[in-house]
Ligand binder design. Sequence first.
Ligand SMILES: Cc1cc2nc3c(=O)[nH]c(=O)nc-3n(C[C@H](O)[C@H](O)[C@H](O)COP(=O)(O)OP(=O)(O)OC[C@H]3O[C@@H](n4cnc5c(N)ncnc54)[C@H](O)[C@@H]3O)c2cc1C
Length: 311
Amino acid sequence: MIGAGVIGLSVAHELATAGHQVTVVADTDTAETVSSVAAAVWFPFRSEQGDLADHLLERSLTRFNELSIIPGAAIEQRTGTVVERVADQDRSWARFLPDALEAMRGQLPPGALSGVRATVPVIMIPAYLPWLRQEVAGKGVIFKQGKVNDLSELGTSADAAVIATGIRGGELLGGDSLIYPIRGQIVRLANPGLTEWITDEDNPDGLTYVFPRREDIIVGGTAIEDSWDTALDLETERAILERASKLVPALAEQPVLGRAAGLRPARQKIRLEYVSGYDLPAITAYGHGGAGVSLSWGTAERVLSLIQELN
Ligand SMILES: Cc1cc2nc3c(=O)[nH]c(=O)nc-3n(C[C@H](O)[C@H](O)[C@H](O)COP(=O)(O)OP(=O)(O)OC[C@H]3O[C@@H](n4cnc5c(N)ncnc54)[C@H](O)[C@@H]3O)c2cc1C
């Protein structure tokens, strides 16, 4: 298993639970991965659309709902609003949510056409990822720190290699011209007690979302395609805070607790397949765009099926 972001850890969990011996190799501490930057709200933002993706999303929702009753997993069910400013917005995700309802006019910002109100799992990622890693270690999975430069380094002692390497997905497979970054920048503000989230993707001033966690609030954002820039831009941050405070006035004057930028590993189609031609059978699991957390458990289940099909 290569990669210890949310996809690698979820896959390792699934394989170990099914009785496989798993070793995870990763060159970045989990807390430094793109996964640790995620908001992380269950929602299909800038990710594959279609039947397979819907299945992964639905399965992940079911798994997060189950995990939300385990206190250590740090997942909470939170209600919020998806603001719509263009006609015929994709609402396919809403059919998985039993309480999804048309938003009332008073629940929407000026200029919005419509919106959906729904309750979704919000994954408190700073607590969830360490919890998941501990669960995985408890199942006997071995973690190794290091970079894999070539799949041949793994030898032939394993039955398969799973490549869950996010934006670097193609590197071990001779390149992948279909993967590209979507740069995201967020600010972390102190939380004065908010629980409701809101996302306003087509805000004329720019993508805007507010996702309260427990002590902090993730405020975003940007979605810049093909930008590899991970440096923080303070002018961008100022603009994010300005438009977010217009949407949620309670944010004004809240102290900044932190800031981050990350590259969403985007691909028209998530690469979730068996790749031949290597010493070990290789299974790919990357390209989840802005929804890697939201698709993680469905992806892990699919990788387990692909591994089972090998035998
Ligand atoms: C601002 C922002 C907000 C987001 N919000 C959300 C959200 O609300 N909900 C949601 O579902 N998603 C969200 N996302 C998207 C989500 O973060 C990603 O889709 C997800 O983290 C991808 O996970 P991953 O495990 O594939 O990759 P990563 O987290 O990048 O992990 C990749 C792993 O591979 C390892 N690796 C790579 N190459 C090698 C190698 N050669 N050798 C060894 N190790 C290697 C790395 O060390 C790392 O461990 C957001 C992203 C951003 C940037």
